[in-house]
Each structure stands twice: as C-alpha cells, then as structure tokens.
Design a protein around this ligand. Structure first.
Ligand code: ADP
Ligand code: MG
Length: 355
C-alpha cells in the first residue's frame, strides 16, 4: 500500500552516533595527535615523545612528563564532555588551555583502541587502562573495569591503535601511511618550534634516529634552525610588538625581502594553539608580493596573544580555523608591522651595500 512509500524514522544506535560524532573531530591521525600534544602541554610537560607506526594508522603513541591523571579520574577520562579544564559555559570565554570541552579523548576512543598509563607525582605507582567507546574495557570477561597498578614514570602515556578500525570507509581513504606521517610531522614541527622549554621528539617505531628532536634549552629560533635548517633560519627577521588598543601581542620570525620559498610556509599560533586563518594568510602574502619574485612565497612564524574572550575557537570541531574580534583592524596592524620590518631591513641592507 501507500504507507510503504513513507520511510519510517529510526533512532540510530548510540555507538554509531558516537562514531559519527568522533569522525567530525578526528579526520586523520594528525588531528588525533594535535589533541594529544595539546593535552600534554596543558599538563605542564617539558618532555613529549611521539612514536608512530604506519603513519599513525597502526599506532600513535605519546609519552609526556606532565602532571598525570589521578587514578580516580581514569574511569571517566575518555567519556564525552569530561574535562579538568572547563567548569561552566562562562569559562569558555576565558579558556587559556588548548582543549576545552573534553571531547578529544572520547572521540579517539570511539575510533581507535586507546590505552592510557599515567602516574601523578603523589602516587607510588602508575595505573593503566584500555578503553573502547569511552569506557574502560575489563581485562577479562566478567572482571571489573578498573585501572590496573603498574610501574611507570611521572606523567602520561597514551596509545591509540588501529585508528578507524570500525569505520571502514574512512580507513580506506587513508591508505597512504607516508602522507599521514608527513601530516603528523607538520603538527609536531609546529608545536616543537613554538614551545620553548619543551623537548619534543618524534620517531617511527623501530627507528633509532628521531625525525624531530628539540631540547628544553633551545629558543624558538634554535628550534626553527633545528627543524627547517640554517638556510631558512639565517634569513629570518624577528618581529615583536604590542598593540595595547587590541590587547594584542605579536611575536614572530619572518623571512626577509630577499628570501623566498616555493610554497608559503605559515606557522600561526593564537594563544599558543596552532591554528589557521585564511584571512591573515592572504594579507601576509599580499605584503610580500611587493617584494618577492612572482610565484614565490615567504616563510612566516607568527605567535599572537590576545584576550581569550576575543577569540572564537568554537567555529569548527577541528578548531583549526579561527576568527577573532576586530579581525580586519588586527590583520591590518600585523601587516603594517611586517611591512615596517621588511622595509627597515631592506633599507639597512641597501645602506650596508652602498658603503
Ligand atoms: P580537554 O582537553 O578538552 O579537557 P580531552 O578529552 O582532551 O579534553 O581530555 C580530557 C581530560 O583528560 C583533560 O581535561 C585532562 O584532565 C585529562 N588528560 C588528557 N590528557 C592528559 C595528559 N597528557 N596529562 C594529564 N591529563 C590529561
Ligand atoms: Mg584536550
């Protein structure tokens, strides 16, 4: 009859809903790693070691020496909306930590096998638990699901294995492990450069030589030299300026007017989060266009600090593209500062060559 043509609405299985929601936040190994690194930094770590197998599809592991997770919190740490960083809606506007709504670990646990080992300095041993779909898995059928005491250093180790094992379409789309590894390295490089005082290491499992290694005593410029080489580091101008009207602080290292690269390298941080702003990107390219040969680009590291309540980090679950208050004026101000710096440097260079 006719009724057969009208589709019936059914409620999706909760596990399916969670998996779909997780896929909105975690698209690929590099997204998961960004969240894990930000958590380690939030925990006050000075050492962060990343190990990767098959571009992070087989294994993504991060070991830090931060404040750790209390054993009493290990049961809920992978549940959705559990966080030690945000208590009320109002807190959203004053967040200074990276993550802010307790979705990252939950998301990862819905699309990967997660194991957490953590030790706080007040505890005399570490605790370990494996998670699936937000909750601890019992070590054997019928056992109570609880963290198990074990040996370990202060800090936290988190492993995510077999990413998207339960999302075959996504898994198939990510078959190129070396491309995924390059995206992971891009995330690691950015955080390694930006975080003075933190040693960051990244290596493939089984390899003795890390692909990234910075030390706790290195400056941002040292880190850039370590990762991008002297060819870039030697051509950078420092940029440091405060703009009180916008409660804005700008710090950066920008390539000079006589140096260019094939592809625009743009490392942008807002309040210590690696983000993207197509508007800033475009405006900076336009400033350099007056100096650089056609089809060549600058190398720019820019760290902005502004009032957290002026930054809208809530635009997209992946939290990468950012908007902020007085965006046009602030971008114009930053571009003026870059313009001045490039102009100054050019004048002194000409002056030097003339004498
Ligand atoms: P959020 O970072 O938004 O709070 P997450 O899902 O990323 O949410 O993490 C949930 C909670 O787990 C954090 O609030 C924090 O208390 C704890 N946590 C996660 N990773 C670490 C870590 N490396 N060290 C210490 N605590 C951590
Ligand atoms: Mg987080």
């Amino acid at each position: 009859g006719d009724s057969a043509a009208v589709p019936t609405i059914k409620r999706l299985d909760e596990a399916v809903v969670n998996r779909i929601a997780a896929g909105e936040i975690i698209h690929r190994p590099a997204n998961a790693l960004k969240e894990l690194i930000e958590n380690s930094l939030d925990a006050g770590s000075t050492t962060i070691q990343v190990s990767v197998k098959d571009g992070g599809l087989k294994l993504l592991q991060i070991q830090d020496n931060g404040h750790g997770i209390k054993v009493m919190d290990m049961g809920i740490v992978c549940e959705r909306f559990t966080t030690s960083k945000l208590r009320s809606f109002d807190d959203l506007s004053s967040m200074s930590t990276y993550g802010f709504r307790g979705e990252a670990l939950a998301s990862i646990s819905h699309v990967a096998h997660v194991t957490i080992t953590s030790k706080t300095k007040d505890s005399n041993c570490a605790y370990k638990a494996s998670y699936s779909d937000g909750v601890i898995i019992p070590s054997k059928p019928g056992a109570t699901a609880e963290p198990k005491p074990c040996a370990g250093n202060n800090g936290t180790q988190i492993s995510a294995e077999d990413l998207f094992y339960n999302v075959p379409t996504r898994r198939k789309a990510l078959k190129n492990a070396s491309e995924e590894y390059n995206r992971i390295l891009d995330v690691v490089n950015r955080y390694a450069i930006h975080n003075e005082g933190v040693s960051v290491t990244c290596k493939k499992v089984g390899s003795n030589t890390p692909d990234v290694h910075t030390t706790t005593t290195a400056t941002v410029l040292d880190n850039i030299r370590q990762i991008y080489g002297s060819a870039v580091a030697n051509e950078l101008l420092s940029l440091e300026k405060n703009f009180p009207p916008y409660q804005l602080k700008v710090k950066g290292w920008i390539s000079n007017a006589n140096y260019s690269v094939k592809k625009f390298a743009f490392l942008l941080f807002i309040n210590h989060r690696s983000v993207d702003s197509p508007a800033i990107r475009k405006a900076i390219e336009a400033v350099y266009a007056a100096y650089l040969p056609k089809n060549t680009h600058p190398w720019v590291y820019l760290a902005l600090e502004m009032e957290p309540r002026n930054v809208d980090v809530n635009v997209h679950p992946t939290k990468r593209e950012v908007h902020f208050m007085n965006e046009e004026e602030i971008i114009a101000t930053i571009c003026d500062a870059i313009q001045d710096r490039l102009g100054d440097a050019n004048v002194s260079r000409n002056f030097l060559t003339q004498t």
